[in-house]
Design a protein around this ligand. Structure first.
Ligand SMILES: NC(=O)c1ccc[n+]([C@@H]2O[C@H](COP(=O)([O-])OP(=O)(O)OC[C@H]3O[C@@H](n4cnc5c(N)ncnc54)[C@H](OP(=O)(O)O)[C@@H]3O)[C@@H](O)[C@H]2O)c1
Length: 298
């Protein structure tokens, strides 16, 4: 259990990566009561210095002895590091928040989207898991509809940015784009095919059932967050050549009929969801009757 303190010692495993750096910014922006900070990465980054609240903090190499006195340890250094090092963090007394997906289908590990199931954090035994960004967005959009009309089936298509594959993937998109615009050959290291000016309909390896790893993760995570193991989900995930930002389409079937206006009203009241009302009535097909809703930010 996280001790109730005025300030916390926080560790970030994967601090030099895209997610680790983002996490540092969020901790600073939200004025999280960080006392001491332990920044961890591979031997490649050992000694690098990262800024947090105007002070430089030295990055150390992640190891089993990295967690004495750590209260809260964020793991954003990949699944293998999560499996190898979270046991040491937990046995040192830290609460681990894992963003790698390593524990998302472990029944002992709560999978949390705070807007939906924050209360489940009370059941943790040292590790709390976060769903992927795509699963989080889908769960937040489905939850209010599921609560009101029970979602039976969801067909999901995701268009995922290269940021989801880490810093090297963003560099690869930038490098390939510059190369192509200068009539040079592209270099491929992160993605198996050219990503610049291209779409790759495969994220992660293909599993025995024909889904990709990313698609399977989405399906099990959304069902777990909604607490609805029987929910039938079919996902297609496509990597698109943009740096950041997801687009996701959701086609759902509910147990009881749910008119679009009611769905829109439910979504507009949901925590963290913004409903964008049509900008101009002229742009709306005449057969669509929208309720006079304004965009609502909650
Ligand atoms: N990108 C996203 O949108 C996103 C969102 C949520 C969660 N995540 C999860 O966060 C994790 C990192 O993703 P990312 O996109 O931030 O990747 P990234 O930019 O490639 O960063 C990877 C981080 O892991 C560290 N690392 C790699 N191998 C290591 C090792 N052997 N020992 C210690 N540290 C090691 C890297 O350290 P070096 O700099 O020293 O190599 C770096 O800090 C993944 O598990 C991913 O699923 C990603």
């Amino acid at each position: 259990m996280l001790k109730n303190k005025n300030i916390y010692t926080v560790a970030i495993a994967g601090a030099t990566g895209l997610t680790g750096r983002e996490l540092l910014e969020v901790l600073e922006e939200r004025e999280f009561p960080v006392g001491d900070l332990v920044l961890l990465a591979s031997e490649r980054s050992e000694g690098e210095r990262l800024e947090f609240r105007g002070k430089k903090w030295t990055v150390k190499r992640l190891g089993k002895g990295s967690f004495p006195d750590v209260d809260l340890a964020f793991f954003v250094a990949g699944e293998e590091r999560a499996r190898d090092f979270t046991p040491s963090a937990v046995s040192s007394g830290a609460v681990v928040i894992d963003g790698s997906g390593a524990f998302s289908d472990d029944p002992k590990v709560p999978l949390i989207v705070p807007e939906i199931n924050a209360a489940m954090t009370g059941n943790h035994t040292g590790i709390i898991a976060c769903p992927s960004p795509g699963s989080t967005a889908v769960a937040m959009a489905l939850q209010p509809i599921h609560a009101a009309a029970t979602v039976r089936r969801a067909v999901i298509t995701t268009f995922e940015p290269v940021s989801g594959a880490g810093k090297k993937a963003m560099d690869e998109l930038a490098g390939q784009t510059v190369a192509l615009l200068n009539f040079r050959d592209v270099e491929k290291k992160v993605f198996p095919h050219q990503i610049a000016f291209n779409c790759l309909p495969q994220i992660g390896e293909v599993l025995d059932n024909g889904s990709t790893r990313d698609e399977a993760r989405m399906e099990r995570e959304v069902a777990k967050v909604l607490g609805s193991a029987g929910l039938r989900i079919s996902t297609t995930a496509v990597r698109v050549p943009v740096f950041r930002g997801y687009a996701i389409s959701l086609n759902i079937e509910t147990e009881r009929p749910l008119p679009p206006n009611e769905a829109r009203a439910l979504l507009s009241q949901a925590h963290g969801v913004v409903v964008c009302a049509p900008v101009s009535a002229k742009r709306v097909a005449p057969w669509l009757k929208f309720a006079p809703l304004q965009p609502v930010v909650l």
